[in-house]
Design a protein around this ligand. Structure first.
Ligand code: CA
Length: 509
């Protein structure tokens, strides 16, 4: 990672100047992606300059690492269903996420962090336990961990931490996650037609909590998980975006309903971004900024077809922004591959504890501090089901470039809430029906619907040439050796996990 001012980064290569233009290599990468309007993407020069001033006033030069207390506050803003392609500082030219972009200027932007599961509860349980789903027991959404599993509070409370979860838990049973719960949920807004989610995190309640902690527990380190409900469906009504101007990724059929729904998703993300900004201001106001690792991430990608509930990068790869004044250098980027199971061991190590050897995760402290540039050679993921929905179990392994997926029920048609649930205006089945209708007369739409719904038992992708994983190369002899290696790697991982790869039973008729 580069740390001198001349090497401040926001994208894949150093910017030539503060607030400078997108570099050729980054542009080429985005052009390969196709749908992003790379030429329009610039971090606002004003935001860069403010980030620089912030670092001068409150960051690196003001708080030398040697002066920092040994136990930092560990604060995670955990969004719900936010894919990495929908953040300004990750290359989306249209979405408005000024506070997330500001985080990138103040700290480190990680580009290759993967959820352990593309589903809410298994992803969170893996993050909190340092164990992949099969080993902690929480495989299907809304199921429970084994009762003997130890999680974040079990490890951090004995190290002196107050461990608090605000808002969404989604991990069961309560005994495996004995956190202090902070009620910080916004009241219902009748203007939003919410199903499947609460309104979202209430920054005012977080602000009051931080003030009280500072006043009542001034010397106790804090581990605080701020679990927002956005941008999970059902999305807020669009107010600020022009649907006609949104870039469509190649996993969507271009219809008016698609654009209306995508604008709603963008709107919901921008609303979350505003709450992130309010929380950042609260941290600064109450004196938490200087000795706090503050992370922004999400449990998995969005509820579009071929995203959430799938092991494609669109389901697993999430934004991961880290700010820690005096420790993380402003504007850094790391391409190290990391998994959500690595979060717990990292927190244990930062808190001064001993990381148990039997966790699946490994501490990325050295990467975080800029002392190492690589972390994992492979990440793994699994999807099981969500009750009677999404019965399309997958196991996956990914190296730095290639992905191998094993489908346990390839005979099933892939479906999800988004394809099946009707009666939500400009969302879900109302949108997907326009895709299947287009597929009747449009060959490209027909190919996409076929790719979304029908799968071979094995899939293999080159994520560099095909970042949306639409072209299965499993039968390509040019990749035979790579496929064999990753197939073997996945089998060894499943064996280590005690995962027999048993197909899921059909729901009762
Ligand atoms: Ca989620």
């Amino acid at each position: 990672m580069g740390y001198s001012l001349s090497q401040l980064r926001c994208c894949d290569r150093p910017f030539p100047c503060v607030g400078g233009v997108f570099t050729q290599s980054a542009q080429a990468a985005l052009q390969a992606v196709g749908w992003r309007q790379a030429s329009k993407f610039r971090l606002k020069s004003g935001a860069w300059f403010l980030g620089f001033l912030w670092s001068l006033g409150f960051g690196f030069w003001s708080f030398p690492a040697a002066a920092a207390p040994t136990k930092p506050n560990l604060i995670v803003y955990l969004a719900d269903d936010h894919g990495v392609d929908f953040v300004g500082c990750y290359g989306n030219a249209v979405i408005r996420t000024p506070n997330m972009d500001r985080l990138a200027t103040q700290g480190t932007r990680f580009t290759r962090v993967f959820a352990a599961s593309p589903t809410c509860a298994p992803s969170r349980a893996a993050m909190y336990s340092g164990l992949y789903p099969a080993r902690n027991g929480l495989m299907g959404n809304h199921t429970a961990c084994r009762p003997d599993v130890r999680t974040l509070p079990h490890f951090l409370q004995p190290l002196g931490y107050r461990v608090v979860l605000a808002n969404k838990s989604h991990i069961k049973p309560e005994s495996v996650f004995p956190v202090e719960v902070l009620d910080a949920t916004l009241p219902r807004n009748p203007a939003n037609q919410r199903r499947y989610r609460a309104e979202g995190l209430d920054p005012a309640k977080v602000d009051a909590f931080l003030a009280a902690h500072r006043r009542e527990h001034p010397d106790q380190p804090l581990c605080l998980i701020l679990a927002d409900n956005g941008p999970h469906v059902v999305w807020e009504r669009n107010k600020i975006y022009d649907p006609a101007k949104l870039p469509l990724p190649p996993i969507m059929v271009d219809t008016p309903k698609t654009r209306a729904a995508l604008a709603n998703y963008y709107q919901d993300i921008t609303t979350v971004d505003g709450r992130v900004g309010e929380v950042m201001a609260s941290l600064d106001r109450h004196g938490f900024a200087a000795n706090s690792l503050f992370l922004y991430t999400a449990d998995q990608g969005p509820e579009w077809p071929h995203c959430k509930w799938t092991c494609y990068d669109t389901g697993l790869r999430v934004p991961f922004l880290a700010r820690w004044p005096g420790v993380l250098k402003p504007g850094a980027t790391s391409d190290a591959m990391m998994s959500f199971v690595d979060v717990l061991p990292t927190f244990i190590e930062l808190a001064g504890g001993q990381v148990p050897a039997d966790l699946d995760g490994r501490s990325f402290k050295r990467v975080l501090l800029g002392e190492a540039q690589a972390h994992r050679d492979h990440v793994f993921a699994s999807h099981t089901r969500d009750g009677q929905m999404n019965i399309f179990p997958q196991r996956a392994v990914r190296d730095g470039r290639h992905k191998f997926i094993l489908n346990l029920n390839p005979e099933n048609k892939w479906t999800t809430h988004f394809t099946k649930v009707m009666e939500i205006p400009d969302s879900h089945g109302e949108v997907y029906a326009t895709w299947t209708a287009a597929a009747q007369t449009n060959a490209a739409a027909a190919r996409l619907v076929q790719t979304i719904e029908q799968h071979a038992r094995e899939e293999f992708y080159d994520t560099q040439a095909d970042p949306f994983e639409l072209h299965n190369l499993i039968a390509d002899p040019a990749h035979r050796d790579r496929i064999a290696r990753l197939r073997e790697k996945l089998a060894a991982w499943m064996k280590q996990q005690g995962d027999a790869g048993t197909p899921e039973p059909e729901p009762p008729k």
